[in-house]
Write a protein that binds this ligand. Sequence first.
Ligand SMILES: Cc1cc2nc3c(=O)[nH]c(=O)nc-3n(C[C@H](O)[C@H](O)[C@H](O)COP(=O)(O)OP(=O)(O)OC[C@H]3O[C@@H](n4cnc5c(N)ncnc54)[C@H](O)[C@@H]3O)c2cc1C
Length: 512
Amino acid sequence: MDFYRDHYDVIVIGGALAGLSSALMLADKGLDVLVLERHNLPGGVSTSFVRGGIEIEAALHEMMSIGPRDARLKVGKFFDDMGVDIDWLKVPECYHASLPDLEVTLHPGFKTFAGEIESAVPGTYGKVMKLLELCHTVFDSVNELSVHPMSKVQMLLKHEAFVKTAGYSTKEVLDTFDLPQKALDLLAPYWIYVGSGFEELPFTIYAVLMADYVGYGSYIPRHFSHEMSLKMAERAEAMGVQIEYRQQVEKILVKDKKAYGVRTKRGDEIHSDYVICSAYPNKVYTSMIEPASEVPAAAFKMVNGRRLSLSAFSVILILDRPAEELNIRDYSIFRGDTMDTDVLYRDLAGLGPYRYLTCICHNYANPEATPPGTCSFSVTVLPQADAWKSVTADRYDEVKHRIARQVISDMSAYFGTDLLEHVLEAVIETPMTIARYTGAWNGCIYGYAHTMDDHIVARLQTAEEEKFIERLEFSGAHQISGDGMGPAVTNGRKAAKNVLDDIRKRKEAAAK
Ligand SMILES: Cc1cc2nc3c(=O)[nH]c(=O)nc-3n(C[C@H](O)[C@H](O)[C@H](O)COP(=O)(O)OP(=O)(O)OC[C@H]3O[C@@H](n4cnc5c(N)ncnc54)[C@H](O)[C@@H]3O)c2cc1C
């Protein structure tokens, strides 16, 4: 057992964005931290890989909450504060929306965005601006309340717009603006980044999404998303964190409803005061707690009561021409045969053909993303995590190639270019790839669905009740701030903050 110390303040399970954010924050406060990662590299889905000598982004389309160097938003500021120096590149546009009767490119900045909608749908500027301003007010409230919780009365006095809209769905609030359908369609494409149709999606989530992405634009690291995880791991080690790769945690050791360490697949038993876990609660409560009798029935009820959100199916192509020569003209294209988000959400329960495609050409933010004379182009659909459960091993290749052919052929028809004739490298990622690579439950990348019954405000209020095992914190897309790489960082920080608060409270109690 010399390899590990006798005892750590905190063991972090998972060395991806969430886990590494926890580790950085705790090491910054002087705690003794061990990170155990099952893969041989840090990052989870925040990674890249090499095919035919070309480095290829595995996942990231765009990061929210970064902001320019002189006006960082919370995730960008966290990286700066921790000394993790990422070479951020600004994504040029919000998106190109491609619908049967609309082809419009929208850029960040409220006035620009509303002005571009006005050009496509005259007479809407004032209402769109009002909506975006409401989104920003709610965004400010969420940011403040997540750091400074307050009573309901104080909230009502100080955060009226947030309180007034918190109980309504995105559809209900959008309807009050009385906008023409075309304008509503242009305000919808980002829905896929939070993975719920507007009838179900709490307005609070929509508001945060729009204020962040439209208000401030998005960013990618020059050296792919792996730049974030590699630099975070490097910095964490420089701060004294011990990171061990190829160490899968099989069990979280619990006694009297209190976590006290972990056991790895290799058989090492390692002790700590706290455990922070990136694995899904579904996995933890059903198979990782030792002894299993320490899991209360309420924990099973909680995971059974939550609906898993989306997984990902992605076809990533390296093409043998610069993007413009293939008629690929935008960084980001959202293409659908409708923009009815509830219809599109239901469509994601199946195995295709899919009706809503998210396409990215990284070269428009980073001309050096691929070698000169080539470009990268990916098409992603985000099926519901449970959709792929019916795919048996003998059908897997057929399903995967059928869907890949569908999405490539749809986009080839759109560009008027047969993309297949230009392929240098092609990679297909499915929910199974994600499950195998990161251990994510059913290959889910978005945690639990945002719904009107189960949303950030409700989750904040039930967080204490859902703490079934003392000294065990969760971090990852399945936690309060939800899905995405930026929120994964925020969730990791929140888990670390919970540990730090608990230590402080115990010290205060001991001093009394
Ligand atoms: C194709 C695709 C595109 C995406 N695009 C975007 C985007 O544009 N913008 C965005 O913000 N987000 C995007 N995401 C989503 C985002 O990547 C995730 O929500 C986020 O990265 C989740 O981070 P995480 O740290 O929670 O989890 P993960 O990255 O899944 O990491 C979990 C880590 O824990 C490790 N682990 C799990 N169990 C154990 C164990 N028992 N022992 C040891 N280690 C363990 C895993 O190996 C992994 O490293 C995309 C995802 C995909 C797949």
